[in-house]
Design a protein around this ligand. Structure first.
Ligand code: ZN
Length: 167
């Protein structure tokens, strides 16, 4: 395995760790990490049930941590956008239309940016197993919250691992 390949697998495993934390909290098991300059700078897991907010997907959680931190450090919007353009997001499920749109906006606000590149299928079986296990356990939460979450998370019906490179 090449260095970059094993590094990708290492980061995917960290995203899966986040998905496992979500599963332990009876949330749809989706997790992600954001990497900047080779370092994990943020992570997130699905918290839609805990927050009673259907938009609190793993990607939004991780992005908000960074936005808050960078704005607190006094970075301007263009500096934040430039930093995002150098980030890579590793997530255990193909982003829903809401998250994909948000990620696209973050990537494309950089003057030289061209949206984001995307690679799928890495460690897909592990991520699929997590989701299958979760849904086979039955419905631990209210029908409405869960069905809305399923709709948003599985919008594309394609459950595979993805990582995004914003540059
Ligand atoms: Zn989403």
């Amino acid at each position: 395995m090449s260095d970059s390949c094993s590094e990708t697998v290492r980061l995917m495993k960290l995203a899966i760790d986040q998905a496992n934390l979500a599963m332990d909290a009876l949330e749809v098991p989706v997790g992600c990490v954001i990497v900047h300059d080779g370092k994990v700078v943020s992570s997130g897991r699905n918290r839609t049930t805990e927050t009673r907010n259907a938009t609190r997907h793993a990607e939004m959680e991780a992005v908000d941590v960074l936005l808050e931190q960078w704005q607190k450090n006094g970075l301007s919007m263009s500096e934040v956008a430039e930093k995002f353009s150098n980030c890579t997001l590793y997530v255990t499920c193909e982003p829903c239309i809401m998250c994909a749109s948000a990620l696209s906006i973050l990537g494309s606000e950089v003057p030289l940016g061209k949206g984001f590149k995307c690679t799928g299928g890495i460690m897909a079986s592990e991520a699929v197993l997590l989701l299958r296990t979760f849904y086979e356990q039955g419905n631990p939460n209210g029908w409405f919250v869960l069905s809305l979450t399923i709709y948003l998370e599985l919008f594309s019906l394609s459950v595979i691992l993805y990582f995004y490179n914003f540059s």
